[in-house]
Design a protein around this ligand. Structure first.
Ligand code: FUB
Length: 448
């Protein structure tokens, strides 16, 4: 076991970087994102969907063996800090369970407490009884949010089930929220929950059917928001209820995120406030369009109405964060698109992680990509096209044309460079418009 722990720590130290819009994690499947603000950074602790290995019988089901943690300062570049807990080294976990489902992590007394559910091995409990496994909740502790995390030898006593959420109230008291939906005060050690009935509450003001997983409790302007996935029909929407006190009474407020259009069955989320803006982290199966148990973490902004209710969230491809003009701007993650005349397609249907391209085929069609920061006025634009492509693109900063890019289609060159004139500095919205007949397929563009 020692060797495995060392391996995990070594992996945790080799961080990799992903520049992203939605999905924000682009090199692996990821789901059930739990976001945590630590100073001027955001950490995301997702589940890690994988393709089922031979030893795992259920090829049609969720399959997860470990957790990674990711962080970002600008909500655009996400660093993968590697594996923090896995089913082979966590002491009580069934090492063939592949059921490390939705986790959560919060800070307590200067340490980071990572809570995760998993199928347990049959084992001896502290009082000498024999537990027969089932879904249990473990805790691993670290001095830094990126780890290394040391798992506790046994799961939380008296707690069974999946998808733990930890809510920390303004006075620092921690509560364990579990599907059901139950709220239980944690003891000060955060390694056990209170057994006093006065410290436990079941939220009754929620739909009676279709609530099986993923509650997330947060506070905004002094109100408690109990949010949860709800299989209203078949696929999950995100809904919520609100209260003035943690143990209610809650008032059911309805849905704030509709079913995914492509019928991805689950959604699972967390909500944070970072630098004055509230953000929703959730998932969708962007990198696995035919199998919705291999998901990808996305993020969008959340807004509140004056009465405190949550405005309906429409998932975007653009996501959150500012994109620097000299990075590869993935315009296929657009903010807006013309009704017809262009489309988005996978670059490689044998490898969805290669991402997407924008296909322009009608004069006047366009995509808009918001919030690009021009640190200096650009002189040129480089467009990475997928060959063969032929036609002329106009690049606009807000409504002003700053470049015309002619793509001849005659050479194999996939990076076409054109002059830029009259571009300003600062944050601008970008528009790319087809200015001719033809067919131009763009992977990304970048200013220099
Ligand atoms: O990721 C496995 C399960 O699917 C989660 O625990 C649920 O919330 C759902 O997203």
């Amino acid at each position: 076991m020692k060797t495995r722990i060392l391996t995990v720590m070594a992996v945790a130290m080799t961080a990799t970087l992903a520049t992203a819009q939605n999905p924000i994690i682009r090199d692996q499947f990821s789901a059930d994102p739990s976001a945590l603000v630590v100073g001027d950074e955001v950490y995301v602790f997702p589940s890690h969907d994988i393709k089922a290995p031979a030893e795992y019988g259920r090829k049609d089901w969720f399959c997860m063996a470990d957790y990674h943690v990711f962080s970002s300062k600008n909500l655009t570049d996400w660093k993968d800090h590697g594996v923090i807990v896995d089913q082979w080294t966590a002491p009580w976990v069934n090492e063939k369970g592949y059921s490390m489902w939705a986790p959560d992590c919060k800070e307590h007394n200067g340490s980071y407490y990572f809570f995760w559910p998993a199928g347990a091995r049959a084992m001896q409990t502290a009082d000498g009884r024999r537990s027969m496994g089932g879904n249990r909740v473990g805790v691993a502790i670290a001095h830094n949010p990126q780890g290394p995390y040391i798992p506790q030898p046994t799961p939380l006593e008296g707690v069974g089930g999946i998808d733990p959420c930890i809510f920390v109230d303004d006075d620092g008291t921690g509560y364990l929220v579990m599907p059901g939906i139950t709220i239980t005060k944690m003891n000060d050690d955060w390694l056990s929950v209170s057994t006093d009935p006065a410290d436990r509450h079941r939220v009754e003001e929620v739909p009676t059917k279709g609530l099986v997983e993923g509650p997330y409790l947060f506070k905004h302007n002094g109100k408690y928001y109990m949010t949860f996935p709800w299989a209203r029909n078949v696929e999950e929407v995100l809904a919520y209820c609100m209260a003035d006190n943690i143990f209610g009474p809650y008032k059911f407020m309805g849905v704030f995120f509709e079913e995914h259009e492509n019928k991805c069955w689950t959604n699972h989320h967390s909500i944070i406030e970072f630098k004055g803006q509230t953000y929703l982290f959730y998932h969708h199966n962007d990198y696995s369009p035919e199998f919705d148990k291999n998901r990808a973490v996305c993020a969008d902004s959340i807004f509140f109405e004056p009465d405190g209710s949550i405005r309906m969230v429409k998932p975007t491809l653009r996501g959150i964060g500012v994109t620097e003009s000299d990075t590869q701007i993935q315009i296929d993650r657009y903010s807006e698109i013309a009704q017809s005349g262009d489309s988005i397609a996978y670059l490689d249907t044998d490898n969805y992680f290669a991402g997407w391209k924008t296909v322009f085929y009608e004069p006047g069609s366009w995509v808009k990509y918001n919030t690009v920061n021009f640190a200096k006025a650009p002189k040129r634009v480089k467009v990475k096209v997928v060959t063969p492509s032929a036609g002329t693109l106009e690049i606009l900063q807000d409504d002003k044309v700053i470049s015309k890019v002619k793509i001849s289609g005659k050479s194999d060159a996939s990076e076409v460079v054109a002059d830029v004139k009259g571009a300003g500095t600062g944050i601008h919205h970008l528009k790319v418009r087809m200015a001719s007949k033809g067919n131009v397929q763009v992977d990304w563009l970048s200013f220099e």
